[in-house]
Design a protein around this ligand. Structure first.
Ligand SMILES: Cc1ncc(C[n+]2csc(CCOP(=O)(O)OP(=O)(O)O)c2C)c(N)n1
Ligand SMILES: [Mg+2]
Length: 359
C-alpha cells in the first residue's frame, strides 16, 4: 500500500502584470512597441466581435462564435508568431488569424457561407477549423513536414478546453511528443465547452499538465495577461524553431460572450460568474498596464476603435461584393486531384441539385 502518487496540484498561472495593470516584481516585460502592438490587436478583436455579431443579427452572415474576453490570449499568441510559422486554429482564434495576416474580408466571406479562397500567399494558416480537435493531428503533420524539410519554423495548434476530451487532441499531442516535432499546443481554457464546464471535462488539476504525459514541457499562463501569454508563446515558439521539440501551453481565460450567436448562456451559467469575469476583462487591464507604464497616448483606444471600424467597413463591403458560392466549388477546393469516387460524387450531387431545381 502507498505506492500510488498524486500529481501535484498547486500550479498557479503565470502572470507578469496584476489586475490593476502594474507589473509584478522582477519580471521581464516585452518592449513598449510590442505591448502597443498587442493592445492594437486586442482593440481590433473587440470591434471585430461587435461587428460580426451585429452582421449576424442583420442576417448578413451565418452563426458565429464570440471572441470577447479572449483577446489577450489570441493577440498575445498572434504577435508572438512569425511569418514563417503555421497557425492551425478554430473559430475561437479568429483574432489570431487576423494578426497572422489573414484579411478580415476572407473571414467575413467565410461566415457568409462563401469561399474565401486560399489565404494570401505567404500566410501560413490552415482553414478555420470547426470540427472540434481535428486541427491537432493536422498540426502534428505540418510539424513533421517542417522537421523533414529542416525549416526553422514552428506550428501552433490551438484548441479549447473541451477539445482536450477528443481523441484527435491526444493523437496530435502524442505524435508530436513521440517524434519531437516543432509544434506548440495552445489551449484556450475559457471555462466552458458550450454548456459543459471545465470541471466536467477532465479530472486533472490543470490541462497544462497533460503536456507532461506526452513528454513535453508545459506552461500554465493567465490568459487575460497578454504580456505573459506573449512571453510564454515566444519562448515555446523559439524552442520549436530551434529544433527543441514540442511544448504545451494552457491559457486560462473566460468567454464573456455566448458560445455562438445560436447560444443562450444564461441557461447554464449564473450571471454572478459572468459579472465576476467582466471585472477581469483583459482589454481595460491591458490599457491600465500601458497607462501605468506611461506609454499610453491620450485617446489611443478611441483612435484604434475608429481605425478598426474603417478597416472592417471596407472588408464587409468587399466581402458582400463577392459572388455566391457554387456547389462545384465545394469539390474544386477539396481535392488537388479528384479521385474517381470524388468525381462520381460531384456528378451525382450536381445532377440531384438540377433535379430539385436548385441549379
Ligand atoms: C467533433 C465535434 N463534436 C462536436 C461539435 C459541436 N461543438 C462545437 S463547439 C463545441 C464545444 C467546444 O468547446 P471548447 O473546445 O472548449 O472550445 P470553445 O468553443 O469553448 O472555444 C462543440 C461540442 C463539433 N463542432 N465537432
Ligand atoms: Mg472552451
Amino acid at each position: 500500500m502507498g505506492y500510488l502518487r498524486e500529481a501535484p496540484n498547486d500550479w498557479e498561472p503565470l502572470r507578469l502584470t496584476a489586475e490593476d495593470g502594474k507589473p509584478l516584481p522582477e519580471v521581464q516585460l516585452p518592449s513598449a512597441e510590442t505591448a502597443l502592438e498587442i493592445f492594437r490587436w486586442m482593440v481590433f478583436g473587440r470591434i471585430f466581435d461587435q461587428r460580426m455579431l451585429s452582421l449576424q443579427r442583420q442576417g448578413r452572415i451565418g452563426t458565429i462564435g464570440s471572441i470577447r474576453g479572449q483577446e489577450a490570449s489570441a493577440a498575445g499568441l498572434g504577435v508572438a508568431l512569425r511569418q514563417e510559422d503555421w497557425l492551425a486554429g478554430s473559430y475561437r482564434e479568429l483574432l489570431t488569424y487576423l494578426v497572422h495576416g489573414v484579411p478580415a474580408e476572407a473571414l467575413i466571406t467565410l461566415y457568409r457561407g462563401g469561399v474565401p479562397g486560399p489565404f494570401p500567399a505567404g500566410v501560413r494558416a490552415l482553414p478555420v477549423q470547426i470540427v472540434i480537435g481535428a486541427q491537432m493531428p493536422q498540426a502534428a503533420g505540418l510539424g513533421l513536414a517542417l522537421k523533414l524539410r529542416q525549416e526553422p519554423a514552428a506550428v501552433v495548434a490551438c484548441c479549447g478546453d473541451g477539445a482536450t476530451s477528443e481523441g484527435d487532441f491526444h493523437e496530435g499531442v502524442n505524435f508530436a511528443g513521440a517524434h519531437g516535432l516543432p509544434v506548440v499546443f495552445f489551449v484556450q481554457n475559457n471555462g466552458w465547452a458550450i454548456s459543459v464546464p471545465r470541471a466536467r471535462q477532465t479530472a486533472s488539476a490543470t490541462i497544462a499538465q497533460k503536456g507532461f504525459a506526452y513528454g513535453m514541457p508545459a506552461a500554465l499562463v493567465d490568459g487575460n495577461d497578454p504580456l505573459a501569454v506573449y512571453e510564454v508563446c515566444r519562448e515555446a515558439l523559439e524552442r520549436a524553431r530551434a529544433g527543441g521539440g514540442p511544448s504545451f501551453v494552457e491559457a486560462v481565460t473566460y468567454r464573456l460572450g455566448p458560445h455562438t450567436t445560436s447560444d443562450d448562456p444564461t441557461r447554464y451559467r449564473p450571471d454572478s460568474e459572468v459579472q465576476a469575469h467582466e471585472g477581469r476583462d483583459p482589454l481595460p487591464r491591458m490599457r491600465r498596464y500601458l497607462e501605468a507604464a506611461g506609454i499610453y497616448p491620450d485617446g489611443l483606444q478611441e483612435q484604434l476603435e475608429e481605425e478598426a471600424r474603417t478597416v472592417l467597413g471596407e472588408a464587409v463591403a468587399a466581402a458582400e461584393l463577392r459572388p455566391p458560392v457554387t456547389p462545384e466549388q465545394m469539390f474544386d477546393l477539396t481535392w488537388a486531384k479528384e479521385t474517381p469516387q470524388a468525381q462520381r460524387d460531384r456528378e451525382r450531387s450536381i445532377a440531384e441539385l438540377r433535379e430539385v431545381g436548385e441549379l
